[in-house]
Design a protein. Sequence first.
Length: 198
Amino acid sequence: MSRTNKIPGYLFGSPQVPKSPITFEELELLKKTVMFSEEDAHYLRMAGEVLKDQVDEILDLWYGWVGSNPHLVYYFADKRSGEPIQGYLEAVRRRFGQWILDTCFRKYDQEWLDYQVEIGRRHHRSGKNRTDGVESVEHIPLRYLIAFIYPITATIKPFLAKKGHSQEEVEKMYNAWFKSVVLQVSLWSYPYARDGDY
């Protein structure tokens, strides 16, 4: 499932990842809320088979879009010079590629839940920059995590349509992806909520 054995900072399933404060029961309720079903899990696996050899093309598209928006590149820049930190961008890109595969192929179990909260922490001031040991901006506002749902959903459909599946199958893969992205961003938002508010 991993594209490489050594992705910098990729700690899925590691004891270094703290147990999620969100319970598995709460995850199940969130899945119900976004209408994520076993059928969606099936179509996500199908999507994974379609996308797994297109990951670099997808990342080229996403990174090109981020790179064309200075207000987004800002969060990958050195906080003193304002220049993008290339090693940071490259490490995040490799994890982002693995995230595509994890979204499609991983079981949404306790390890997966734990890692989603870890991903959120890495965007929040409580954990940003620590994984990569960089001196970048300390915090990505929650509004950008939420807003990012659209670009990483809308842009995936053409890639899903490239392997000859029926329009109905493409729509089902696309909707499963959309539900999963919303679910994950809901989990990533945990570090941003005040105690008792999540």
